[in-house]
Design a protein around this ligand. Structure first.
Ligand SMILES: [Zn+2]
Ligand SMILES: [Zn+2]
Length: 254
């Protein structure tokens, strides 16, 4: 397989033998993006233009806050607010309340629903769905998926490492299957799916067992028994379902 700039990160991620190699890649890209924009980049006009346009999601705003560059964060927020308030004014000015009929009042209001129907609800939702850091990952992710499957079908050593590894979290496994269904040939699917499915089941069961032993350890009769692999079963158990690293220390500037 032709080496690309994505080959080394994907190979590194497999070698890391993490609970999920895509969680591993995602964390790396996330931290890369945060250090980049909170480094000297926030002073560059073209970067600020992008962060003013895209903003950040709740999760990445928290990461930016934790990173600890207070002046950088304030400067970025300042120009972002300037644009946001102009947009807000336009939205409020052009808003026309919907006529509320008897029937629509009876219909259950779906305030927590995922699909917003009012122009203002939609405007806020679009703002929340837009994030500079998420975009950075979304842009790279398909390339990593490409590289992963290319290596899997062409590189025997890579295949064996994946096969002997810990599999994927459920979140990224869903993405893998979406990708594989669209891009792999029937023959490749026959070769790869049994391995992926076995990896998922074996490793999800492993987590179930680790968590089970964690619970059993609280029984006084097991007080002196060995922890086996269960000491960090909670954080790995959460990662395996939703992705991410609940036990990671806060990512801060060095
Ligand atoms: Zn994952
Ligand atoms: Zn984000």
């Amino acid at each position: 397989m032709k080496e690309t700039i994505y080959t080394i990160p994907v190979t590194d991620a497999v070698n890391a033998n993490d609970e999920c190699l895509f969680c591993y890649l995602e964390r790396k890209l996330e931290q890369e993006a945060i250090s980049f924009i909170m480094g000297p980049a926030y002073m560059e006009d073209d970067i600020r233009e992008q962060t003013d346009k895209l903003g950040f999601c709740r999760h990445h705003h928290k990461m930016i806050y934790d990173y600890g560059n207070k002046l950088g964060t304030a400067l970025m927020l300042h120009t972002y607010y300037q644009k946001l308030n102009v947009d807000l004014h336009k939205q409020l000015e052009s808003f026309t309340p919907k006529k509320t009929g008897a029937f629509s009042r009876i219909k259950k209001a779906d305030a927590a629903g995922t699909k917003k129907e009012s122009p203002l609800g939609q405007w806020v939702q679009a703002r929340e769905d837009s994030c500079y850091v998420c975009d950075h990952f979304k842009e790279k992710y398909p390339r990593y998926l490409d590289t992963f499957f290319n290596l899997l079908v062409s590189d025997r050593e890579f295949f064996q490492k994946v096969e002997a590894g810990k599999g994927f979290c459920l979140h990224h496994f869903g993405d893998l299957m979406e990708y594989a269904e669209k891009k792999l040939s029937t023959k490749e699917k026959e070769q790869i799916y049994p391995v992926l499915f076995n990896l998922m089941e074996t490793n999800m069961k492993r987590l179930e067992d680790d968590i089970s032993w964690f619970v059993d350890k609280y029984d006084y009769r097991n007080h002196d028994a060995d922890w086996k692999n269960s000491k960090d079963a909670i954080q790995r158990g959460i990662q395996k379902i939703t992705g991410g690293y609940p036990d990671d220390p806060v990512f801060t500037q060095k």
